[in-house]
Design a protein around this ligand. Sequence first.
Ligand SMILES: Cc1cc2nc3c(=O)[nH]c(=O)nc-3n(C[C@H](O)[C@H](O)[C@H](O)COP(=O)(O)OP(=O)(O)OC[C@H]3O[C@@H](n4cnc5c(N)ncnc54)[C@H](O)[C@@H]3O)c2cc1C
Length: 379
Amino acid sequence: MKKFDVAIAGGGLIGGAIALELARAGLHVGVFDRQEPGQEASWAGAGILSPAPENPGMIPAVPLCKASLGLYPEFVALVEEMSSQESGFRPKGTLEPLFSRNAREELSTLIAVHHGFGLRAEALRAEDARKLEPALSEEMGAAILRPDEASVDNRALTRAVLEAARRSGAEIFPGCRVEAVCREEGQDSRCTGLTLKNERVEARWTVIAAGCFSSEIQGVERYAPVRPAKGQMIALRADDLKIERVLWSEKVYLVPRNDGRILAGATIEYAGFDKKTTAGSIEKILSAAIELAPAIAGARIEEMWAGLRPDSPDHLPILGPADADGLLIATGHFRSGILLAPITAKLIREWITEQRVSVDWERFSPLRFREQTTRRTTA
Ligand SMILES: Cc1cc2nc3c(=O)[nH]c(=O)nc-3n(C[C@H](O)[C@H](O)[C@H](O)COP(=O)(O)OP(=O)(O)OC[C@H]3O[C@@H](n4cnc5c(N)ncnc54)[C@H](O)[C@@H]3O)c2cc1C
């Protein structure tokens, strides 16, 4: 039987960042992944680091997202130094062009909304926006510049985080599917570790970070009733097309990488665990991308893929202690898991080493679904 201070189920960016943070705090950490770590949502994402809420449902997460964005420069510097690998961090801002007939009026409302959330946002006339990003369509009426936002190459970052965690002493076990959490029932229910196929792992603390698959682990569904939200993406390259910042329209985003690739995405589909790319969705992404930056029409398609975001019933992250001593949940990051990795790791470390945390988290507690799941199982 393996024995650790902390056993983590899932080696995506979330599990990897938690492992790094805890190993650096001097804890003996084991990460168990059912396949090669870092090959699911953390590989498939676009890597946009934006705390701006895309819809009213995301508003409660804005302070958490802002706090995580604030940690990013230090986080990537540490990870790059410890892993000797690049993360493709680009702190160059996001530009959101507006195409409606009332773009100028819409602009002042949107700027006020951003300022209301404490997010820096600047109003740009179309001609000024095009000076910054000449690839943008002539149809644009105005634009919003969010200068504090950034992007990161999430594939590179996830690889680097896992390497940094390893170099800090965390042990990573690929090909180890976690089947259940072990609970000792009694007066005080306690979690004592994880069950793998043919082995038990004993740990003082157990962290569930298995993305959209977390609810498949026996004993976890009631805290993390997550489901996969499929997103399809395309990587393009055009030698004569230069995009500096993340470009974000209502229908599509374009994310430039340091290697010259431009990512276009993404759909949101509830199609179970299916990860195939489909003609209809790819067509939608491409036509919206061409509308946003017409020169995309001549770009080469280098890659197409789909990934599964971990979505929760209220689309908010699921973070914190469960009602069994020693069991912590870190999933449900939905569209913001790359952004939220540093703050998630910090919170889990604070719960484990200090038993208190420095930011408001109650809204994200894993206990908020207990009633719903009990109702579902008794209905
Ligand atoms: C198309 C797309 C675009 C996105 N764009 C962005 C973006 O721009 N910005 C942003 O912030 N976020 C974005 N996201 C969301 C972000 O990618 C996710 O929220 C984040 O990667 C979740 O990380 P994770 O580590 O929780 O999950 P994952 O990366 O899915 O990792 C979970 C890990 O758990 C392992 N696992 C599963 N089941 C078990 C088990 N039973 N036992 C052991 N291991 C198990 C898996 O093999 C996997 O390695 C995007 C996602 C997609 C799909």
